[in-house]
Design a protein around this ligand. Structure first.
Ligand SMILES: [Fe+2]
Ligand SMILES: [Fe+2]
Length: 172
C-alpha cells in the first residue's frame, strides 16, 4: 500500500504523525512533572524535536500547494491522551513506548527515502529528521532498561497506536 502513495500523501502522513508525537511527549511530560522530574528535560527535548519535524513537513506540504490532514489536531490530542496513559505505568513504560514508536518511525522513513532521489533536498531533510528519531530510539531504550515486566504489553499498545495513526492519516 505504501508504494502507491504519492509524496504528498507521504508528507501529509508524516506531518500528522509528527503532531501525534508532539502530543505523546507532551503527555509523558505531564506525568513526568509529578513523578519523574529528573527526566523532564529529556522528554521536553524530544517534544521540541517532534514539533520542529511537524513544522518541516508542514513547510514541505505548503511548497507543493498541498494540504495537511483534515482534523489534524486530532493527532495531537490522541497522542496526548496516549502519552499520559503510558506515563501512568512508569518511566520504563515511557521508554518502552518511545523505543517501539521511534523504531517504527525510522523504518517508515526508510521506506519513504527509498522512493526519493538521494540528491533531492527532501531526501536530505528526511535523513536529518531520521537521525533525531534514531536518537529518540536510543533514549527510549535507555529509559526502558532491561527486564521490564510490562514490556510486551506496552510495546503492543505502542505498535497499535503508531500504525493506527499512520493509517488514519493516510485517509484523512
Ligand atoms: Fe519526529
Ligand atoms: Fe521522534
Amino acid at each position: 500500500m505504501q508504494s502507491i502513495m504519492n509524496i504528498k500523501t507521504e508528507l501529509k502522513v508524516m506531518h500528522a504523525c509528527e503532531l501525534g508525537a508532539v502530543g505523546v511527549y507532551r503527555g509523558h511530560k505531564c506525568v513526568a512533572r509529578y513523578f519523574f522530574r529528573s527526566n523532564l528535560a529529556e522528554l521536553d527535548s524530544m517534544r521540541f524535536h517532534e514539533k520542529s519535524h511537524a513544522e518541516i513537513f508542514k513547510n514541505e506540504l505548503s511548497k507543493r500547494d498541498s494540504r495537511t490532514c483534515y482534523a489534524v489536531q486530532l493527532f495531537f490530542w490522541g497522542g496526548l491522551f496516549y502519552g499520559v496513559f503510558i506515563g501512568l505505568f512508569g518511566l520504563k513504560s515511557i521508554g518502552t513506548s518511545t523505543s517501539t514508536i521511534e523504531s517504527i518511525v525510522v523504518h517508515e522513513l526508510d521506506k519513504v527515502l527509498e522512493k526519493l532521489d538521494v540528491r533531492s533536498s527532501l531526501y536530505t531533510t528526511i535523513k536529518e529528521v531520521q537521525l533525531e528519531e534514531l536518537e529518540h530510539n536510543d533514549s527510549g531504550k535507555e529509559l526502558a532498561g532491561e527486564n521490564f515486566w510490562l514490556s510486551g504489553f506496552i510495546s503492543r499498545i505502542a505498535k497499535v497506536g503508531a500504525y493506527s495513526a499512520k493509517n488514519l492519516a493516510s485517509i484523512l
